[in-house]
Write a protein that binds this ligand. Structure first.
Ligand code: DHB
Length: 391
């Protein structure tokens, strides 16, 4: 009896000690919950973001303002129910300081209420529907918005002989944004969208839609599909001889995603897209970024998802530094707002009012450079805010 009591006391004391040590350790830690799709249809997004986040940490160290940064990576399979559960678990059990990632819009929207309730900054590194930043005052975005890219394309197209356009978008948030902002701006610029087609997000079959486009025979087909789906659109577009039928292929840069572009073949040559990032962006900073990324991840070229992840880590690191490691969610959020810095994409700014990204939109054409296919920038709209915020 006595012995058992004694052992029990020791056990309790040991547990208390362990908890105390864990707490002390936790106080010295800064935890980032990175919720990304690592499996399923959007897996390349997660792969790119994780690789970029780890590269940022390797280059900048894992200790900031006396805190050891811990990256906790969770696979949400781009499924909002899973995202929500993971965000809750990370906040309650892991006591994360910041949540980040979010490969698709529904995932970001599912986590937003948890960010609000727990006062945890939520850094969107991938998802790109305009309204996400309005879903919670704790959202900060380092990716881009579809209205930015779509308006840039609708300004370029009519000046280059493209007046009559059919749009083809994935039927969810970013696709709806792309369709709407492209259409309104094209009309304003004297062109016209003659048909708007929406394809399902999950396992889309583009064939029947492309057949319809062929029958309509517009000057161009404008496409938005999420990262990872572009190669399938390109393949079917070419297989149907749409280019030979005189229909140009244009879109947001998600279509000619650097993660897939080099495998698309010569049929992709000449395709013009608008986006915030190309692995071929000719700044010294980007050259260093691409080189380091490719060295650390054999056979991989960084895409716009990688850059959203890399810049997101920068925003988190600098917020931690600015708050001297002492800040809670509110203070960290305040230190994220208004950050201005050079990104591999070019100059970048987190608008303090909207918490959304302000950056250049580039027009790019697919060309062969050094034996590989790249999006080569030939024009730029500087410092573009999200056009979605003015409505
Ligand atoms: C979204 C996802 C993508 O893969 C992309 O390229 C753009 C937007 C999204 O779900 O918001």
């Amino acid at each position: 009896m006595k012995k058992r009591y004694f052992l029990g006391t020791i056990a309790v004391a040991a547990a208390t000690l362990a908890a105390g040590t864990a707490l002390a350790q936790d106080n010295n830690k800064f935890k980032i919950g990175l919720i990304i799709p690592m499996t399923g249809q959007q897996a390349s997004t997660g792969r790119q973001i994780e690789a970029a986040a780890r590269l940022y940490m390797a280059q900048n160290g894992d200790t900031v303002a006396g805190k050891k940064i811990e990256l906790i990576v969770k696979d949400d399979v781009a499924t909002p129910d899973v995202t929500k559960r993971l965000a809750q678990e990370l906040v309650v059990n892991e006591k994360i300081n910041v949540m980040a990632g979010f490969g698709v819009t529904p995932a970001a929207l599912a986590a937003a209420p948890i960010a609000t309730q727990s006062k945890t900054p939520l850094v969107v590194m991938a998802a790109a529907t305009s309204s996400i930043t309005e879903a919670s005052p704790y959202v900060v975005r380092t990716s881009f918005t579809l209205p930015q890219a779509s308006v840039a394309m609708a300004d370029w197209a009519p000046k280059n002989g493209i007046k009559k356009v059919v749009t083809l978008v994935s039927d969810y948030g970013p696709g709806i944004d792309a369709e709407r902002y492209f259409k309104d701006r094209l009309l304003f610029n004297g062109g016209q969208v003659v048909e708007s087609l929406r394809v399902p997000l999950r396992s889309p079959d583009f064939a029947p839609f492309l057949q319809k486009v062929r029958d309509i025979k517009p000057d161009a087909l404008f496409v938005f599909v999420p990262s990872g789906a572009g190669a399938a659109v390109m393949k079917q577009f070419l297989e149907r001889g749409m280019d030979k039928a005189g229909i140009k292929l244009i879109g947001t840069g998600d279509l000619t995603d650097d993660d897939q572009l080099n495998d698309m073949g010569d049929g992709a040559l000449g395709v013009v897209t608008s986006h915030h990032y190309s692995a071929f962006h000719p700044s010294p900073m980007n050259k260093k970024f691409v080189e380091a990324f490719e060295k650390a991840n054999k056979g991989m070229r960084p895409n716009f998802m990688a850059v959203g992840g890399y810049d997101g880590m920068r925003v988190i690191y600098e917020a931690l530094r600015a708050t001297k490691g002492q800040g809670g969610g509110e203070a960290l959020l305040a230190a994220m707002k208004g950050q201005i810095f050079e990104s591999p994409r070019g100059p970048m700014f987190i608008d303090a009012q909207t918490r959304d990204v302000v950056h250049n939109m580039y027009l790019r054409k697919v060309e062969r450079k050094n034996g590989q296919l790249y999006n080569v920038e030939f024009d730029v709209i500087k410092d573009m805010k999200d056009p979605g915020k003015s409505k």
